[in-house]
Design a protein around this ligand. Sequence first.
Ligand SMILES: Cc1cc2nc3c(=O)[nH]c(=O)nc-3n(C[C@H](O)[C@H](O)[C@H](O)COP(=O)(O)OP(=O)(O)OC[C@H]3O[C@@H](n4cnc5c(N)ncnc54)[C@H](O)[C@@H]3O)c2cc1C
Length: 335
Amino acid sequence: MSDNENKGILIYAQLSRDFNLLDVVSELASEAQKLSQKLNGENVSAVLLTDGTNIENIKENLKNSGFDKVYILKNEKFSEYSTDIYSKVILDLIKEIKPSIMLFGATTQGRDLAPVIAASLNTGLTADCTKLDINEKGQLAATRPTFGGNLMATILCKNYPQMATVRPKVLQIENVQIKDTEFIEKNIELNDIYSRTKIIEFVKTIQETGITLNDADIIVAGGKGVKNESGFNKLKELAALLNGVVGATRGAVDMGLADSSMQVGQTGKTVCPKLYIAVGISGAIQHQVGMCGSKKIIAINNDENAPIFNIADVGIVGDLNLIIPELINELKNRG
Ligand SMILES: Cc1cc2nc3c(=O)[nH]c(=O)nc-3n(C[C@H](O)[C@H](O)[C@H](O)COP(=O)(O)OP(=O)(O)OC[C@H]3O[C@@H](n4cnc5c(N)ncnc54)[C@H](O)[C@@H]3O)c2cc1C
């Protein structure tokens, strides 16, 4: 494994629609530095695609992220995401610089791009990882939940580059070593690349408070125990009073009580708020993997044996239909 020509770690530095770097890029950069130390200090690079907007600002942010090199690929068509165009352009760069490891955030875009690139390179991809490491043979050991979240599997890839997507907010940013980052700007010609898709409309999944589930400090999440729409409306009222947002279990989404964009868990979003209030949620492992990083967890459930109480900082055993209105009243009385 060690005598292959692939060297270094490449990270896809995804930009938001307003041309800022996503937080997951810093998380991946910090993790890549740790991996690089176990690979005798191999280079950590990033690639980003831009139409040219906000470049100086992006460079300023990336300068402190610990990258050795940043490839800034420019074309005005990069303003809108396209699977065909983005994957082909990143693929060309991978063929040119031959990284040993390529990492993406497990965002909607990362989850779309990474498999297309992996398939084109005939290499493997470990999706939705929660932990990365380098084993004694210098291979990427990528860990992710499997069998419905009941087991953690560590997966090795025998082809190069070894690819993985990593969930946002699961990696801690630690002691980033500031480097003298080299920025390589390239104008990309798209002559023979065309996109089979076109963006017609961009629908933001932002709730009434204007805060996304990923950015919220406080999440009030409802499960099947909430039972009906009026119960969920109470959760919305509570969330609004706390300046938070409403999340949901897959159970609640399946019942039609909440939109799938609100789902927290293995097949939903990974969240790390300061406070997570789990209401009428049993605490299945598939839900826990998406919210167990919350700083404080309050669980409200009428079954004292519900697994959610095993990870809760504060557990309230009782009927949510009594407890939630009381909480709302208390907050209203306090103004
Ligand atoms: C591959 C796979 C992926 C999955 N991905 C996800 C995922 O991303 N997110 C996710 O959430 N789930 C996911 N699931 C489903 C998961 O296994 C559980 O089925 C789901 O989380 C259960 O949702 P729940 O807690 O709302 O429902 P339940 O397990 O039915 O729990 C409802 C809880 O409400 C309590 N309750 C009932 N009435 C009251 C009341 N009046 N007052 C107080 N408490 C009350 C009950 O005691 C119970 O504990 C996945 C499953 C699989 C197999």
